[in-house]
Design a protein around this ligand. Structure first.
Ligand code: SAM
Length: 252
């Protein structure tokens, strides 16, 4: 497991003042979140860093990666990790990050401020790293509208487009990791990943808030494109469900 969080005293309250109750609750949760404190101490731009690090600790997705694409990258904690593991430098860029939000520069990372759904995004991403990626990461979450079903469908769509992109661009043996939602992964998408990767895993890292429907889909060991995306006839992948017991209405 990752190290226990250290830092400021937890359990702090925020004075009611002018804040709306929901904003106060958010702020309280944020300042008392041990992962937020640890991210600050360890120099990560977001607590999301620990989701990737925890998944990696168990499934070794980063080991040996030479080129990484990070989809939905802002503010940039996954890209920070990606630049480190690939030894990416500004002279020899091995990490491409895309987000429609502005992201502060990071050494060794080519940042594209662009919608991943833009037709030209795949070409620009591949061009940025100058070769075949061995890891495609997606932490993309659609901006929330407040309408649960709409938000859910939009993020699931991003996950699906990211998965087809990964199958188009990954080198053999490469991995794909993407944010998805509990209960949301379409059978068709799961079947496609199982055909194209050796192992497919649903995982909920400790850093992903228990009350959130967020989880991650990890597809390991890309089989390659020899026979075309939809025609791979190899044995289906091993499927592992690592989510803890979960009920449909948790986190809604
Ligand atoms: C949870 S954040 C990513 C955090 C990031 N992994 C980190 O470690 O800092 C999700 C990001 O996905 C981005 N996003 C959502 N839809 C996108 C799209 N269509 N194209 C590019 N970025 C997108 C959002 O703007 C947001 O910054």
């Amino acid at each position: 497991m990752t190290k226990p969080p250290i830092g400021r005293k937890l359990g702090q309250k925020v004075k009611s003042g002018k804040l709306k109750a929901s904003s106060r609750r958010w702020l309280e949760r944020h300042i008392n979140d041990p992962y937020v404190q640890r991210a600050k101490l360890e120099g990560y731009r977001a607590r999301a860093a620990f989701k990737l690090l925890e998944i990696d600790e168990k499934h070794q997705v980063l080991k040996g990666a030479r080129r990484i694409i990070d989809l939905g990258a802002a503010p940039g904690s996954w890209s920070q990790i990606a630049a480190k593991v690939t030894n990416s430098t500004d002279e020899d860029i091995r990490v491409a990050a895309i987000d429609f939000l502005e992201m502060a520069p990071l050494p060794g990372v080519k940042i594209l401020q662009l919608d991943f759904l833009d037709d030209d995004a795949p070409r620009q991403l591949i061009e940025a790293i100058g070769g075949t990626p061995d890891l495609v990461l997606s932490d993309m979450a659609a901006p929330t509208t407040g309408h649960h079903r709409t938000d859910h469908l939009r993020t699931m769509h991003l996950c699906e487009v990211a998965a087809y992109f990964a199958v188009e661009v990954l080198g053999p043996g490469g991995h794909f990791l993407a944010k998805t939602f509990q209960g949301g992964t379409e059978k068709e998408l799961l079947d496609m990943l199982k055909r194209n990767f050796k192992q497919v895993i649903h995982v909920k890292p400790g850093a992903s808030r228990q009350e959130s429907v967020e989880m991650f889909l990890l597809a390991k060991g890309f089989k390659g494109r020899q026979t075309g995306v939809s025609e791979v006839q190899d044995e289906p992948a091993e499927y592992v469900d690592e989510r803890e017991s979960w009920t449909e209405d948790q986190g809604r």
